[in-house]
Write a protein that binds this ligand. Structure first.
Ligand code: FDA
Length: 389
């Protein structure tokens, strides 16, 4: 069978690409259903883009690489597509847009766009072998237990990253890229919870609080959640993309900078109130008990000197911790690193040394922050390749 374009991977990027290619397009996926990560994303409501998407929200060996594709297919373009399909949505926080109903609506949107574009979808299909030919590529695909021999002019790698292997994530795109001489940068789990030695935060499991979480490179102001295994929540997931093994992180538990003023005002207006009672107005009690277990918090506010209040606030605003690791690809939302952007055109996503070979989505060394940025990269890079083909 002969196709103009074969796209490996019916995820966000692959399906988007298929709607823009034109010609005879085949999308191949080994899963039984397309867009499984879309389906489970955003707690079942899919955080499909972010109003504030900019190149600064992405990590890559080349921070400029994502600019062209993001500029030519913006969050507004995807919102327009969602509106045209009559899908109701809302902004949750920080520009994050979610479906009012179900993430399945986004999968249906992509499938109907693919159908309108005349693309063919093969599910439960696995690539067995792949080689270059004079005019493109030749491959063997196993489908329903039968081998199908295919040829195509363009081959698009859209099989995503390594995160959540139990959902069928594989390193296929990296393997094919290497097969054709493209470099692949180091890959790491990202947007992933931190782990700590067994039982470290057990007394705090379930506590959530707004923090500023920092390391030497960056900081994020969002919520942090204590779990049985360690730390999670948006601030932690965000920082994990910038963290390296063995590094210390700093937790500011009073990121609005008002705690000292509150304590001083409390001392002035209500000096007989216990210090711990006042602290409980601003921070979860279990957290204060844990962090200050080596400190004397006895006494009323009136008993506290300025220096003592200052020292306490400094302690609560720079709590140093060293995670023992992360939960790894098992729970990571994305994979950091991937196919080296140096080998790809930022306009078309085509490999510079292999005409007709394209790489898009998470497989490429472009990783977004938490908050809809990764889907926006999938839509934009899929569109860039599709329109170039
Ligand atoms: P994606 O992983 O979507 O698709 C790859 C496809 O290739 C899959 O269908 C897979 O089955 C197929 N495939 C893999 N190996 C194959 C092989 N060997 N042969 C054939 N097919 C193969 N992002 C965001 O912006 N907002 C959000 O709300 C969330 N939420 C979220 C929740 C969870 C739990 C996870 C794990 C991830 C998110 N993300 C997210 C991240 C987002 O899901 C991710 O960045 C995109 O799905 C990437 O799109 P791709 O199309 O590149 O890969």
């Amino acid at each position: 069978m002969d196709f103009d374009t074969v796209i490996l991977g019916a995820g966000a990027a692959g399906m988007m690409c298929a709607t823009h290619c034109g010609g005879r397009v085949l999308v191949i996926d080994h899963a039984r259903a397309p867009g499984e990560k879309i389906r489970i994303s955003g707690g079942g409501r899919c955080n499909f883009t972010n109003l504030h998407t900019e190149p600064a929200n992405f990590l890559s060996g080349n921070p400029h690489f994502c600019k062209s594709a993001l500029a030519r297919y913006t969050q507004w373009d995807f919102i327009d597509l969602v509106d045209r399909h009559g899908i109701a949505w809302h902004e949750k926080t920080l520009g994050q847009l979610f479906c009012d109903g179900s993430s399945r609506q986004i999968v249906s949107l992509l499938l109907s766009e693919m159908e309108a574009a005349g693309a063919t979808l093969w599910l439960s299909s696995s690539l067995r072998d792949l080689a270059r030919t004079e005019g493109g590529f030749r491959m063997g695909v196993e489908r329903d237990g039968t081998r199908q021999d295919l040829t195509c002019r363009n081959l698009v790698l859209a099989t995503g990253g390594k995160s959540i292997p139990r959902m069928g994530a594989t390193g296929l795109a990296y393997d094919i890229a290497r097969q054709f001489g493209l470099a692949v940068t180091e890959t790491r789990p990202a947007l992933v919870p931190f782990t700590f030695p067994e039982g470290r935060f057990r007394p705090l499991a379930g506590v959530a609080t707004p923090v500023r979480l920092s390391n030497r490179r960056t900081s994020f102001d969002e919520a942090m959640l204590f779990t049985h295994r360690g730390l999670s929540g948006p601030a932690v997931l965000q920082l994990s993309s910038y963290w390296r093994e063995g590094e210390e992180i700093s937790v500011d538990l009073a990121p609005d900078g008002q705690l000292l003023d509150h304590l001083r005002r409390g001392r002035q207006d209500n000096g007989r109130r216990a210090l711990k009672t006042e602290l409980a107005q601003h921070l979860p009690t279990r957290l204060v008990d844990e962090i200050c277990k080596d400190r004397d918090l006895a006494g009323n506010l009136a008993d506290q000197s300025d220096a003592r209040l200052q020292a306490l606030c400094d302690h609560l605003r720079d709590w140093r911790l060293t995670p023992s690791g992360t939960e790894g690809y098992r729970t990571a939302e994305v994979t950091l690193g991937g196919i080296d952007t140096a080998g790809l055109s930022s306009r078309s996503m085509e490999a510079k040394t292999v005409p007709g070979l394209y790489a898009i989505g998470e497989a490429v060394d472009v990783t977004g922050w938490l908050g809809g940025y990764n889907f926006q990269w999938a839509w934009a890079s899929g569109h860039a390749a599709g329109t170039a083909i």
